[in-house]
Structure formats: C-alpha cells, structure tokens
Design a protein around this ligand. Structure first.
Ligand code: C2E
Ligand code: CA
Ligand code: CA
Ligand code: CA
Length: 280
C-alpha cells in the first residue's frame, strides 16, 4: 500500500509538471499570437424571441495555434489571465469587436445588431486605466457607447473594491454592463446592489432545466422575475432546442442565445443574417 501511495504521489507530481510545462508553452506561444495574427473573433447572435431578429452579438475569441490547431478559450484565457497577457489580448479583442460593430452600424444602420457584447476578465478590470482604454477605443472606432456591452463575471466583481469602481466608470460612459453566467457565482443578488448592472445572462446550467422538473424551471422563472422587478434585461444562454426557446418565451424571456439559433459565426457569415440594406 505504501508503494502504491508513493507511485500515486509520483504520478500526481508528474501530472502537475506536465500541466505546468503545457501552460508555459501555451503562454510562450500566446506571446506571439497577436503579432502573428493568429487570433480571430467569432460572433454569436443574441435573438429577440418574439420576432426572431438578431438584436445583438457576443464576440468570442478563437486562437489558431501554429502547431496545435484551434485552441479553445477555455484553455488559453485562464493562462492569459495568470500571466497578464489578457491585458494586451483583451484590448485587441475590444478594439477589433468595436471596429466590427461600428462598421456594421455604418453599413447596415438599424438592421445591424443593436449591441456588441465583449467579455472582459477580472484582470483587465483591475488594470489601472482600463475605463479610459474603453473610452478611447469608443472614440477611435466611432462606436456609440450604447451599442457596446461589457460582460463581466460575478467572481470578477465579488468583494467590491477596484473592480466595481472600474465597472462603474465604464457604465458612466454609457456602456451597458452584463453579468455573465448569472447565478453560478458567489453573491449574485448582493452584487445587484453594489455594482451597476443592466443585463443578466442566465447560465446554460439553469436554461437546461427549463424543460425539466418544476423545481428546475422555478430557478429560471425566479431570475426573469428579479430582472423584471429591477428593470434589467435577461438573456437566456445556451438554448439548444426549440422546446427550450418556446418555454422561455412563455415564461417572459425576450432574449436568448444558443446553438438552437446559431453557433458563433465569422463576420461574413453573420452578415447574411442581417436584413440587407447595404446601400443605406
Ligand atoms: P461565455 O462567455 O459564457 O460564452 C459562452 C460559451 O458558450 C461560448 O463558448 C459559446 O460558444 C458557448 N455556447 C453558446 N451557445 C451554446 C449552446 O447552445 N450550447 C453549448 N454547449 N455551448 C454554447 P466559447 O466560445 O468556447 O467560450 C468559452 C468561454 O471562454 C466564454 O464563456 C468566456 O468565459 C471565455 N471567452 C471567450 N471569448 C473570450 C474573450 O474574448 N475574452 C474573455 N475574457 N473571455 C472569453
Ligand atoms: Ca460571455
Ligand atoms: Ca456565459
Ligand atoms: Ca460560461
């Protein structure tokens, strides 16, 4: 048993080493990703349930690693947060998505999605001067502030302090604030008192329950009631079936996002979903 224990220990240890090596090599490759033009943004539609119109998009980053192929943001974003690389990377994401949204607005006018939603990590919020960076990117791209939404997680603003101050400063620019993965964090309801929030993004794990048991559905129902009572928009995330979409609509949800409507798409693909109005 002692021997087994020792082997296990060695095993565990070498797994840790392997992970550290993997992360270090990801971080090294990531440091060249921007200059080598390996990052792309995809855009996933946010759909108005009553009309089916695309009223917003969420920018989601993709990395084409030179030898590993496509690397999921679930793998490289946490690494970039730990190393601080998320700061330049996140600024590129924000600038690129704002240029894209401004371009759509110029070319498609009111047929363009009204809002571009961009994920911002805790590390970015804590970077001194981040709200000014947002302001200068809006000025540079000409995107009206009310066409931008910044998505933050509960964890990022948990405990208040500088992160909440940064969110308040961004909100004061006229940018909307969305609370991502709503309900999965530490203090969802308390946060609504301390941090300016305009949108609740209802996590997929709750949306999955909408066609499940009465108890599961009660959570989704409670969230829309909170949103309505506080005058917030709610977006149901990860909607995969028509039955879920119908049920959400019946429960009072207006906005939804998920593979049932569309996967994250390249800019050309997504433009075909806007009503064409090119000459305007
Ligand atoms: P998230 O912000 O919660 O984004 C939603 C994720 O759910 C996306 O995964 C999206 O592709 C996926 N998704 C959308 N609809 C469905 C559905 O119907 N079913 C299922 N199973 N999944 C669906 P993705 O693009 O792999 O991104 C994963 C996470 O990585 C994001 O979660 C976000 O936390 C992070 N991330 C992605 N892009 C960025 C970025 O530009 N900046 C930062 N800071 N984080 C990002
Ligand atoms: Ca998000
Ligand atoms: Ca989410
Ligand atoms: Ca998520």
């Amino acid at each position: 048993a002692k021997e087994l224990g020792k082997n296990r220990y060695v095993h565990y240890d070498s797994d840790l080493d392997a992970r550290a090596v993997e992360q270090a090599s990801l971080a090294a490759a990531l440091s060249h990703a921007l200059e080598r033009d390996e990052l792309r943004l995809l855009y996933q539609p946010v759909v108005d349930l009553p009309s089916g119109r695309v009223v917003g998009v969420e920018a989601l980053v993709r990395w084409h690693h030179p030898s590993d192929g496509m690397v999921s943001p679930v793998r490289f974003i946490p690494v970039a947060e730990r190393t601080g690389q998320i700061v330049p990377l996140g600024e590129w994401i924000l600038r690129t998505s704002c240029y894209q949204a401004a371009d759509w607005y110029r070319r498609y006018g009111d047929e363009a999605p009204a809002r571009m939603s961009v994920n911002v990590s805790a590390r970015q919020l804590l970077e001194p001067g981040f709200p000014q960076t947002v302001a200068s990117i809006l000025a540079e791209t000409g995107l009206p502030p009310d066409r931008l939404t910044v998505e933050i997680t509960e964890t990022a603003v948990f405990g208040g302090g500088r992160a909440v101050e940064a969110v308040a400063a961004i909100h004061a620019l006229g940018v909307a604030i969305a609370l991502d993965d709503f309900g999965t964090g530490h203090s969802s309801l308390g946060l609504l008192r301390t941090c300016p929030v305009d949108v609740l993004k209802v996590d997929k794990s709750f949306v999955d329950g909408v066609t499940g048991t009465v108890e599961q559905e009660a959570i989704v129902t409670s969230i829309i009631e909170i949103a309505q009572a506080l005058g917030l928009r709610a977006i149901a995330e990860g909607v995969e079936t028509g039955a879920q979409a119908d049920r959400l609509h019946d429960l009072g949800y207006r906005l939804a996002q998920g593979f049932h409507f569309a996967k994250p798409l390249g800019s050309a693909e997504i433009e075909s979903l806007f009503t064409t109005n090119e000459e305007g």
